[in-house]
Design a protein around this ligand. Structure first.
Ligand SMILES: [Zn+2]
Length: 241
């Protein structure tokens, strides 16, 4: 089969769409190593699979490339989560590695986009998918404004939010650019879907993950509380809780 990343015809291994450490560290598995999948779509049946969502996507070499990014990102994300618990207002977090953290984040978005799994069927990066594939394949994180991102969190409720993974969704636009929201590890990650943008607004650039490895994190307790309530109400309406 063809590897989705390098396009070589090779044996493919089962790859997690969202890395396994995200499920494990945030205690998404119960004592039987199962986690709960729910959808506000009434046609999507709730289930309790034994493993995160995976699919045959990558050859061994590409899988190892992503694993390397994951190993670094898992440490950065754990430190970020610990730091967030001590915060009460917006802050900046130093990941110390622009390249690996940026590529890891892009690898998550890209995997969700190329996945054929029903959980991600509504999400596609369309023409951006190929741009991001090239960035990942060639280990090029691009400029701050190329598919940049920032985070939003609620320090007081991070222990609840960290148990949620919500597939990426397009959320309208900011300064004329499409935005995508992905929720995992206790954070809302907002991506700006732009590349090679001319005259990229400095106001937007300032909040994006910077080349010096600094992540901007916005604290929004109120906004996230109302978001959680909205999700709960939608699930209740769909008869899922
Ligand atoms: Zn490959």
């Amino acid at each position: 089969m063809e590897c989705t990343l390098c396009k070589s015809e090779l044996d493919l291994s089962k790859s997690h769409i969202l890395s396994e450490f995200i499920y494990e560290y945030n205690q998404l598995y119960d004592s039987n190593h199962r986690y709960q999948v729910v959808s506000t779509n009434p046609n999507f049946k709730s289930k309790k699979p034994p493993k995160g969502i995976y699919e045959k996507l990558l050859c061994k070499k590409c899988e190892d490339h992503f694993r390397d990014l994951e190993d670094k990102a898992s440490i950065q994300l754990k430190n970020l989560q610990d730091d967030t618990k001590k915060r009460a207002s917006n802050f900046q977090f130093n990941t110390s590695n622009y390249k690996s953290f940026k590529l890891f984040q892009l690898s998550l978005l890209w995997r969700c986009s190329v996945s054929n799994r029903p959980e991600f069927q509504d999400f596609t990066l369309a023409q951006h998918e190929e741009n991001i594939r090239n960035m990942l394949l060639n280990n090029r994180p691009g400029d701050t404004s190329d598919y940049g991102f920032y985070a939003i969190c609620t320090p007081k409720n991070i222990d609840s939010v960290k148990q949620l993974i919500i597939a990426p969704e397009f959320m309208g636009n900011m300064f004329g650019f499409d935005t995508v929201r992905l929720i995992y590890f206790g954070f809302f990650w907002i991506f700006i879907i732009a590349n090679n943008a001319i005259n990229f607004p400095s106001e937007l650039r300032e909040r994006l993950f910077s080349k010096s490895g600094i992540l901007t994190v916005f604290v929004d307790n109120k906004g996230m509380d109302s978001f959680l309530l909205k999700i709960a109400l939608e699930l209740r309406k769909a008869g899922k809780i």
